[in-house]
Design a protein. Structure first.
Length: 202
């Protein structure tokens, strides 16, 4: 059925292009008929589910970026990985925070999701120092901090220390994904600016 519509519409269009017309009206009638046949073809594709497949495939395209998830809580770590793997092509994990800087140096990491699991004064200071150390690498890695509700003042400190943004736990999946996508766009934007500056200097 579909092949019949395609062959028929193709034949009509070829005729419309090559034929001589006695009037614009004749051309208009033929053209409208060809368009109607094409519409039937696409309607048939939609009804057969072909167009839906293409639409779903486009929506499901993953971001070609690497996200490092750092969390000592294995349950939260697993939940984050399962969520982020739906949107990003590469998700890696680390439990020990003292290994994060080394991973950032060795691998092409775009975003680090850094969970704050120690809310003592020393733990918070360690978290802020880690953010500063990562930014000090000059690798344009965007950091998103996960923090508990009620720690808003500390969350703002993480941003002031160089984090891209923070998310309050328990997180909303949609908001978390949007934040990470925005962080990835920011990284791309900064990388583009750096390339422009490099070209100006050369």
């Amino acid at each position: 059925m579909l092949e019949k519509y395609i062959i028929k519409s193709n034949t009509i269009i070829r005729y419309c292009i090559s034929a001589n017309y006695n009037s614009y009206t004749e051309f208009y009638v033929k053209f409208i008929y060809a368009v109607s046949v094409f519409c039937k073809s696409f309607l048939h594709l939609y009804q057969q589910g072909v167009l839906q497949v293409f639409i779903r495939s486009d929506k499901q395209m993953k971001i070609k970026g690497t996200v490092l998830v750092a969390d000592r809580n294995k349950g939260l770590l697993t939940a984050l990985v399962l969520l982020l793997q739906k949107e990003f092509s590469n998700v890696i994990t680390e439990i020990e925070h003292d290994k994060i800087v080394q991973i950032a140096k060795e691998k092409s990491v775009d975003i680090i999701v850094l969970d704050t699991d120690n809310y003592s004064a020393a733990g918070q200071q360690e978290h802020l120092n880690l953010i500063r150390e990562i930014n000090g690498l000059g690798l344009n890695i965007q950091i998103v901090t996960l923090t508990n509700f009620g720690q808003n003042s500390f969350a703002m400190e993480t941003v002031n220390s160089g984090a891209f943004d923070f998310i309050i736990k328990p997180w909303n999946n949609g908001k978390l994904l949007v934040t990470l996508k925005n962080a990835y766009r920011m990284r791309q934007y900064i990388s583009a600016l750096n390339q422009i500056e490099a070209l100006k200097e050369s």
